[in-house]
Design a protein around this ligand. Structure first.
Ligand SMILES: Nc1ncnc2c1ncn2[C@@H]1O[C@H](COP(=O)(O)OP(=O)(O)OP(=O)(O)O)[C@@H](O)[C@H]1O
Length: 220
């Protein structure tokens, strides 16, 4: 479980007059279930990139359970993310040529000497829970919606204490979207993870307990 404290966070991109993100203060309790909403271009993905350490915090502080990402160099930040964060980003970063199952297992294979006993079975169970019928299917032959489900299963496998998803239901019909939302919420409940989901989907946002609404990079 991890609580979040943000102070004086500001992100600027070259060519933009205004900061893409300006958040003087934000706190989330450990285990929070949070939707990040707002119109296209309001800064949702930028915020997720800052909260997960995908991008460097150059101005302000982003502290998870007392670890300030602004104080970490790139290597330590990558290691912190691998240890604590499960990510489902908009482009799923699946590896073509590998099966759905091997894509789910890949981050664990890369970060450990050998796979712990039972992890491959757990990966198959997760793929089954997200509704992917054949774990041996190659990534490049999956539909976008199926890729999204693989990305969700991959993010959940290490039982992260911070779970972050960018539009996790965007490629799915209502039924499949509900199944992915069920899984994210169930796994967050099982592990006590703090769950942060950027979404345009009011059904998904309605199932979370708090909404952060962004407009032009500011919380409103
Ligand atoms: N690398 C970049 N360089 C310059 N500007 C950027 C960069 N990344 C994002 N921006 C700008 O920052 C603002 C916020 O973008 P961001 O992608 O965070 O919005 P968003 O709310 O996630 O949008 P969407 O809902 O369309 O995914 C936008 O004005 C965008 O054009």
């Amino acid at each position: 479980m991890a609580a979040l404290e943000v102070r004086d966070l500001e992100v600027r991109f070259a060519g933009l007059g205004q900061p893409a993100l300006a958040i003087p203060e934000l706190e989330l309790e450990a285990g929070a279930r949070v939707a990040v909403t707002g119109p296209s271009g309001c800064g949702k993905t930028t915020l997720l990139n800052m909260l997960t350490g995908l991008e460097c915090v150059r101005h302000g502080h982003v502290a998870w359970a007392g670890t300030d990402l602004a104080s970490l160099g790139e290597g330590p930040r990558d290691r912190w993310r691998a240890a604590h964060v499960g990510l489902v980003m908009q482009d799923f970063h699946l590896f073509p040529g590998l099966s759905a199952l091997d894509n789910v297992l890949l981050p664990q294979r890369l970060s450990r000497w050998r796979l712990p006993a039972g992890l491959a079975d757990e990966a198959r169970r997760l793929l089954d829970r997200v509704g992917l019928p054949d774990p041996r299917q190659k990534a490049e032959t999956l539909s976008r919606g199926q890729m999204q489900r693989v990305a969700v299963a991959r993010a959940l496998l290490a039982r992260p204490d911070i779970l972050v998803a960018d539009e996790p239901t965007a490629s799915l019909d209502a039924e499949a979207g509900a199944a992915v939302a069920d899984l994210l919420l169930a796994l967050a409940d099982e592990t006590g993870a703090t769950l942060i989901v950027a979404t345009h989907d009011p059904r998904l946002a309605g199932r979370l307990t708090r909404t952060l609404r962004l407009d032009a990079g500011r919380l409103i």
